[in-house]
Design a protein around this ligand. Structure first.
Ligand SMILES: C[S@@+](CC[C@H](N)C(=O)[O-])C[C@H]1O[C@@H](n2cnc3c(N)ncnc32)[C@H](O)[C@@H]1O
Length: 198
């Protein structure tokens, strides 16, 4: 009993979950990682059937994917992250929590074949290109051009997905969402939105 109790305790509050990471990463949590409650709600929407593959575009230290994988063990949660260090912490947290149904890819999302995934989660990953306050470091090149390029790229990829594809967005400016996606639900603070492709 003890082990399961301890394991599920990680997923109850943000403070408990963020303890999986070093202090520097914990300090970024409020601004950059999905809160536990939001992750649970978004994952519930995306975990439609056993065996489905959900991709977090810009997965950071893996918080959304690991929480989704814990609550929906029959669904596969993946994340792609451009920052090597964050990908490393996602991988380490996956191993530490012994999560078998999550996977992390290091790279730019434009290098990943989005056709291989069924549903998507997106926490405003490209915003760091627009707002200097939204940046977690000075390691990347930032520009409005890059924001536009990534948003248009994702827009086209999402538009090419089959009808029934689900998308959950958190804090999105909605530039990446094609009109073929119909809104299903909006949280009371307007930050979490769920969509289904017509
Ligand atoms: C706001 S954080 C969200 C992290 C994670 N999805 C979560 O909810 O906890 C956005 C992440 O997207 C990553 N990112 C931004 N642009 C990206 C790109 N073009 N390809 C891959 N990752 C990207 C950033 O490095 C950052 O870690």
């Amino acid at each position: 009993m003890g082990k399961n109790l301890v394991k599920s305790a990680w997923y109850t509050t943000d403070a408990a979950f963020d303890w999986l990471y070093p202090e520097r990463i914990q300090l970024l949590s409020k601004r950059h990682w999905t809160p536990v409650d939001v992750a649970k709600k978004a994952a519930r929407f995306l975990a439609t059937e056993p065996g489905k593959k959900v991709l977090d575009i810009g997965s950071g230290v893996g918080k959304f994917a690991l929480i989704g994988a814990h609550y929906f063990p029959d669904v596969l949660f993946y994340g792609v992250e451009q920052r090597r260090e964050l990908h490393h912490y996602a991988q380490a947290a996956k191993e530490y929590t012994k999560t078998n149904n999550a996977g992390f890819i290091h790279g730019n999302f434009t290098q990943v074949d989005l056709a291989e995934y069924d549903h998507f989660y997106f926490y405003n990953a490209f915003f760091e290109n627009l707002d200097s306050n939204g940046r977690m470091d000075h390691q990347m090149e930032y520009s409005t051009g890059l924001y536009n390029y990534y948003s248009r790229y994702l827009f086209k990829e999402l538009d090419a997905k089959p009808s029934g594809t689900r998308l959950a967005t958190f804090h999105s400016l909605e530039d990446e969402i094609p009109s073929s996606y119909q809104i299903v639900d909006v949280s009371t603070d307007l930050l979490l939105k769920t969509w289904i492709k017509k």
